[in-house]
Design a protein around this ligand. Sequence first.
Ligand code: 0O2
Length: 244
Amino acid sequence: MKNFLKNVRNREEDAISISVSVEVEEELLPSAAGAYLDLEKHYKQIMLFYESGIRQLTAKLEILNKEFQLCNDRNPIENVKSRIKTKESILRKMEKQGLPLTFDNMMNYIHDVAGIRVICPFITDVYQIARLLISQPDVELVKSKDYIREPKENGYRSLHLIVMVEVHFSDRKRKVPVEIQLRTIAMNFWASTEHQLRYKKERDFSEEIHRQLKECADIMAQADQRMQKLAENLEVSDAQDLVW
Ligand code: 0O2
């Protein structure tokens, strides 16, 4: 009995919200277990909400890619990956922002619980796909950060969008926030490898390592520019599309 109680308590602490407190007095066991089950169910419902937003947007991206392929004989999207942020990562972000750990705060202030990464061959593809997506009536742009035009200090490049996408559930229509990161293959090569080396490890890199990482990012950016020029010369892409 004691072990079971301990188990309930540990699993409850793992959960995202601390707004439901579970008593661990032995006589309160039935309601404690009930509260835990409710919490689990609520969490699953919320995750379904985010998962549905991802599905809706990935379907749109697939359609855009196929349509473009039919008209232009090439794919502007190399690949699409999606993820739901882990509970640990959500909690870390909320704690960092000083937010009380409640479902409401998660849904109102953490906009990258659902994330999609879109990898494109050319820079023009990145902007074109982004524009086509947000021009759809059921996709609302909430925020954008153009780290391609203004790369981060360490050389990170990507176009970040926070969008609200409409999803129809059995009884109502809801707007789901999703973060979309769009970048070229070269930008993704840098970001993925740099992530392996450093991101989130909070490891202190020497000035020299920073310099080398930045240099690699610049080499990738130069390669992107050259491929972009080639694509324009070969009329595979249009410089007019370099607009956000
Ligand atoms: P993960 O594992 O991808 O989820 P905001 O959301 O606007 O309050 P935030 O969260 O700092 O502020 O957003 P920002 O700056 O737009 O970037 C967040 C995400 O971009 C990160 O998510 C990474 O995916 C990616 N990113 C940003 N900077 C870097 C970088 O220097 N290197 C790499 N490799 N990726 C980067 P998470 O939540 O940190 O991680």
